[in-house]
Design a protein around this ligand. Sequence first.
Ligand code: ZN
Length: 254
Amino acid sequence: MPTAPPRMATAAVYEAPNTPFVLKQFPLRPVRRDEVLVRVSMSTICRSDIHSYEGRRPNPCPGILGHEIIGVIAAIGEDIERDMRGDSLKIGDRITWSEYFFEGQCYYREVHDMPQKCQGLRKYGHDLAAEDPHFLGGFAEYCYILPGTWILKLPPDLSDEEATPLNCGVATMAAVTEAAAISLGDNVVIQGLGLLGLYGAAMAKARGARCVIGLDAVPSRLKVASKFGVDHAIDISCGGAQSVVTQIRTALPA
Ligand SMILES: [Zn+2]
């Protein structure tokens, strides 16, 4: 059970692209009735955090990066009783939450079931650290969870390392493999064996894919691909497009 939150906490603040983070303290205030305060246990460095850091993606400064975050509830508002699946929530529970939040009605959510496209949407790891409640990113000791966020209590059999990428990388590829309707006996080609591609390979296999072919040009990625269910890892750095097509056709089961 965590102790009561302190009055101040530390964040690694992103002040400008390509400059070192600066450790800064901000006040922690009591949660409002529809908020949760989380003591951050782990946050990944997602590729989009690197894009923000390198200045290739607009991100408010000063800000706190990190949006694949898990943590333990340190304080919980009286209106928050259950997570998105109906499990009860209390101080001390280990949770993950959606990387974006949006309050109110929205055309994209109500009509297209795409809440992630709502106008005015805000994202954890993409907000100003200078303004209340300061802590809205993973590279900090605490993070506030604001209204319009989906919260999920984590089962104890998932390690922190397994659970932390769930809300971005894993969720992305769960959506992709569902949209692709991969099913028993399918053959699947995945272009790019970064983290998303590797998750996709594992999920394709879990959905019953017969043969998963992965394409990449990075030797270290090609090397680990088989651990994630890739049956044939094809190096696209040598030979042209036609050569890749021929290698895919050759790799496909008869
Ligand atoms: Zn991400």
